[in-house]
Design a binder for this molecule. Structure first.
Ligand code: NAP
Length: 311
């Protein structure tokens, strides 16, 4: 059987087993000579499996003449050229909803960890520094003004969690939602009215560096920034400068401009909490994502309607 599925990213073990049991798949990331493999097999590939932050390059797009489906195990699709896909009749699917709660949990966890210095406190105890005295005091989390940038599935799930925190919640998005929370049409207005800014907006050319110097200054020296969306949305150079100069109190980041590389200047800062893009990294979410991705693959091969199409 010719190999007709190209897998650019590993799945959780149970999903990987199902995929390899039912399809003729090549694991791209294990190939010793990718160029040669592509020259030999490019014509037979009908489906590519990828992750949101990986997508598929336009070059690979061009080199797969029989491609009919790009199945993303993830929500973001900013790294897939949707116009090129439409032109060639290539379908694109993602896995929304099944990871929403996990990413929202992490956003709130990062917010608490950052404001209460939980990671630093852990290091404090492990390093034996407690004997010498108590840590510096942290900032209160509850009762604050929370601003959510992007009010889609994840942004709204963050809001639902924050409703228990006794503060006020406001948001920005392209469109005003049916929501009891205050809508701001610009991120800078939202930042001015917030103590904590939580970024959950979709990535793309329109939101690149949406959070730059002006927004960071509007958030100010007592403000906190949390990003669980994509690194491209924040101007990382400006963020590092603001944190160094204490023009911003602290940041909690799950995503970065050039993952998995994190600028040493960022890692060196005491006022950041850093996680390695783990928003959806729970067994439960990864299993559900693999299953939904496989459901899209099955539907594509069976000629049935795709469960969660992007294009
Ligand atoms: P979603 O439901 O599509 O929500 C996206 C939000 O972004 C919507 O509020 C949308 O506004 C807004 N938006 C899109 N384009 C915009 C633009 N040009 N200007 C301003 N706002 C814009 O997506 P989701 O499921 O909540 O996921 C959000 C993002 O989280 C994903 O795109 C992904 O990058 C990221 N993510 C990260 C992780 C992680 O591991 N850290 C995991 C999953 C997802 P409207 O509502 O007005 O359309």
């Amino acid at each position: 059987m010719p190999i007709d599925v190209l897998q650019l990213t590993p799945l959780i073990a149970a999903g990987d087993e199902d995929l390899h049991r039912n399809y003729s798949v090549c694991r791209w990331y294990d190939l010793p000579d990718r160029e040669r493999w592509l020259d030999e097999h490019n014509a037979s590939i009908r489906a590519v499996i990828t992750a949101g932050h990986l997508g598929i390059s336009n070059e690979m797009f061009r080199r797969l003449p029989s491609l009919g489906l790009v199945a993303i195990a993830g929500v973001g699709y900013e790294k897939v050229d949707l116009d090129a896909a439409r032109e060639r009749g290539i379908r694109v699917t993602n896995t929304p909803d099944v990871l929403t709660n996990d990413v929202a949990d992490l956003a709130v966890g990062l917010m608490i960890a950052t404001m209460r210095q939980i990671a630093a406190a852990d290091r404090y105890v492990r390093d034996g520094r407690w004997i010498a005295g108590e840590m510096d005091l942290a900032a209160r989390v509850s009762g604050r003004r929370y601003g959510i940038v992007g009010f889609g599935r994840i942004g709204q799930a963050v809001a639902r969690r924050l409703e228990g925190f006794g503060g006020s919640i406001a948001y920005t998005s392209r469109t005003k939602k049916q929501s009891p929370h205050a809508f701001h049409s610009t991120v800078i207005d939202l930042a001015r009215e917030s103590d904590v800014l939580i970024v959950t907006v979709a990535a793309g050319p329109a939101t690149r560096h949406l959070v730059g110097r002006a927004v960071l200054d509007a958030l100010g020296p007592t403000g906190f920034l949390i990003n669980v969306a994509r690194g491209s949305i924040i101007d990382e150079t400006e963020l590092i400068a603001a944190l160094q100069d204490r023009r911003l109190a602290a940041a909690g980041l799950d995503v970065y401009a050039d993952e998995p590389r994190v600028p040493p200047a960022l890692s060196a800062l005491p006022n950041v909490t850093l996680t390695p893009h783990i928003g959806s990294a729970t067994v439960d979410a990864r299993l559900a994502m693999a299953r939904l991705m496989l459901a899209n693959l099955d539907a594509f091969y069976a000629g049935h309607p795709l469960p969660t199409p992007v294009v």
